[in-house]
Design a binder for this molecule. Sequence first.
Ligand SMILES: Cc1cc2nc3c(=O)[nH]c(=O)nc-3n(C[C@H](O)[C@H](O)[C@H](O)COP(=O)(O)OP(=O)(O)OC[C@H]3O[C@@H](n4cnc5c(N)ncnc54)[C@H](O)[C@@H]3O)c2cc1C
Length: 322
Amino acid sequence: MSVLVYTETDKGKFKKNAWEVASYAAALAEKLGTEAVAVAINPSDPGALGTYGISRVLEVSEPRLETFNARAAAAVVKQAASQAGATVIVVSSSADARFMAPILAGVLKAGYAPNVVGLPEQTDPIVVRRTVFSNKGFAHTQLDGTLGIIGVSNNAFGAVEKNGDATAEAFSPELPDSLFSTKSVSVDKATDKIAIADAEIVVSGGRGLKGPENWGMVEELAEVLGAATACSKPVSDMGWRPHSEHVGQTGKPVASNLYIAIGISGAIQHLAGVNASKVKVVINNDPEAPFFKAADYGVVGDAFEVVPELIEKLKEFKAENA
Ligand SMILES: Cc1cc2nc3c(=O)[nH]c(=O)nc-3n(C[C@H](O)[C@H](O)[C@H](O)COP(=O)(O)OP(=O)(O)OC[C@H]3O[C@@H](n4cnc5c(N)ncnc54)[C@H](O)[C@@H]3O)c2cc1C
């Protein structure tokens, strides 16, 4: 018996979500009185997972998997689960993991609970709390059967460092060529900016910013905070910002530790996609803007005065605490 975690890599480097799912798997293994084993594809430093509580890493070296392939990844994880004698498999909420996990659930005839926001409330059988209906509610889902797959929501658990060592074992799953018969498309990142999905802090702008020429201060605030930039739907519809920044019910979901909304009214469709964020701050000159009801902190004021002042104060704070 063990907990197996699928830790994702990008060009050999572990993705940020790998630390979070490894930490989750380690805590779950402790709860179940067993070990946490990771499977990683082409990792350059598998031992790094020891810092997050993993004791063993099944290291797959496979050039055909340099580009993500959901069916092949599912085959890897399936065979790793068998090798590790896993009763639970932990995956992230990345687009790749969301593509792979249902295939894995199908081939293993296992239950799959995505959007999980904490350790199981009950372990025999496993019952997890997960967000549903665009983060508007919670469901308590029971994983029946001998094997269950848990998809951990981004930033729901965090990365928890420990003083551990992980031993890496070469693992060579059988991957027939037929798994690679479909063409995989690889998308290079357009910029080196922090991706919304990986961001701990997101700075987002709405129609209140009047035009694309005013985004300099949003980008500067994001840079000072090490944040990703995002926007409301009308802003991307009008072409002020790229569609990749559109967040909300019909855009990207945000589950950051801090979400700063500038000149965004807080329409239900916007909030549906961002309310999984831990702390929400709104800057709006209308005290009646609905976002104030959903926010943890609010500044009633003109964004064109508040944001530059905030940037200045943050720069001062960083200089004093450097
Ligand atoms: C089916 C459907 C799906 C949708 N999906 C999404 C979605 O995924 N994401 C999304 O964002 N929207 C979505 N929408 C649109 C949504 O209903 C709202 O229209 C949209 O979120 C409003 O964007 P906004 O807050 O930027 O603009 P507005 O509603 O125009 O709000 C602008 C805000 O800026 C404030 N403001 C103005 N000037 C200043 C200033 N100088 N300083 C500070 N504040 C100022 C105003 O007080 C106002 O509150 C969807 C709508 C539908 C019907």
